[in-house]
Design a protein around this ligand. Structure first.
Ligand SMILES: *Cc1c(COP(=O)(O)O)cnc(C)c1O
Length: 347
């Protein structure tokens, strides 16, 4: 049997029960609405092929991706009719692919509507822009005869500031309700993770959580409900003994004050562990904190083994990645922390 190249020093541990728990919690908090799942960008970096079967088994039946390539990645895992393309058909090729595979696009503009209708596309979703000014039909376009020709499954809009208590949320709700009165549709959807916590008026028939599924906590109301899902793990590749005065890493930003044992960990900014973690990050071994020393390099990071005198070359350690805490420590958003996780992790 030929030897297979496997990632030897990096893996992402996905806590399947925690992911299923988070979906069930968000589904319960969605009240009469059913919760779908945003699984775009490889399920926020977690690994769509790993996450989708867990979400499906938990009861999820609506999976939102960005591109046809992302739909193709999961199309053998669920009924293709449960997959929705958020960016819509960006080209004639996208239209052909979606029709051929039975995947539903979100129609975001008159141009996309024309492309879809000209090719004989059937049931689709529609996005209405109610104030975020990204993708979607403007409120002023709702009278467009093209829109009336679409067979709409789900009528969507997207909140700009759901995690904040601002008047924008009520304004977007009112516009979405106005759109619902003007266009016939089977279901309506407005809320992302934080939007679910705004209350029943924002729920419609279907909610679209993403971040909170994967352990993100966008608003305090979700804090007690959501469990950590992702644990990045890396191996120690070498252990060294430093003398007082020895420097660590590029530009010698850490100087040992006394003799110490350090570990060289196989994780760097090329893996999404950005340089902002230099001298700030924490790794964990059996709950014991191991501080990052000096600069994070492209492929490795040095840690203090003072709290892990038993640790040896080849041992695996966990990167502290509780998302709200990691976000506060690094200045990166919880979304960035997830989607940064690189391709070199075994998932
Ligand atoms: C990404 C996305 C979501 C999920 O948002 P979260 O804040 O991650 O819950 C929902 N709806 C749309 C249209 C999105 O693009």
């Amino acid at each position: 049997m030929p030897a297979e190249a496997l990632p030897a020093a990096l893996r992402l541990e996905l806590d399947g029960p925690a992911l299923a728990h988070n979906w069930a919690a968000l589904n319960r908090l969605s009240g009469a609405a059913h919760a779908g799942a945003a699984v775009k960008a490889d399920a926020y970096g977690v690994g769509a092929r790993q996450a989708v079967p867990i979400l499906h088994a938990a009861g999820c039946r609506d999976f939102f991706v960005t591109y046809t390539t992302e739909a193709a990645d999961i199309i053998d895992l669920v009924d293709p009719g449960q997959i929705v393309l958020l960016h819509g058909p960006l080209s004639a090729g996208d239209v052909r692919w979606a029709i051929d595979k039975g995947v539903r696009p979100v129609i975001n503009s008159p141009e996309q509507a024309r492309r879809w209708l000209d090719a004989g596309g059937g049931v689709c979703d529609v996005m209405i822009d109610t104030g975020i000014n990204r993708l979607g039909f403007a409120m002023a376009d709702l009278g467009d005869p093209l829109l009336r020709r679409l067979q709409i499954d789900t009528l969507h809009s997207h909140l700009a500031s759901a995690e904040e208590d601002v008047p924008m949320n009520a304004l977007q709700l009112a516009r979405w309700q106005e759109a619902r009165g003007l266009l016939s549709h089977r279901r309506a959807s407005l809320a992302n993770s934080a939007g679910i916590m705004l209350g029943a008026d924002w729920h419609g028939d279907l909610t679209r959580p993403g971040l909170a599924l994967y352990g993100g906590v966008p608003c305090p109301a979700l804090a007690g409900e959501i469990r950590q899902v992702v644990r990045p793990m890396a191996a120690i590749m070498q252990v060294r003994e430093l003398l007082a005065g020895d420097a660590v890493g590029y530009n010698s930003t850490f100087i040992a004050k006394r003799p110490m044992r350090v570990g060289v960990v196989a994780l760097g900014y090329a893996d999404g562990y950005l340089r902002c973690w230099s001298a700030k990050g924490t790794m964990l071994s059996a709950g014991r904190p191991l501080a990052v020393l000096g600069r994070v390099s492209m492929d490795m990071t040095v840690i203090d083994l003072a709290n892990g005198p038993d640790l040896r070359e080849g041992d695996w350690i966990e990167i502290a990645y509780d998302l709200p805490a990691a976000s506060a420590a690094s200045g990166l958003s919880q979304y960035e922390l997830l989607t940064l996780l690189g391709k070199r992790f075994a998932r």
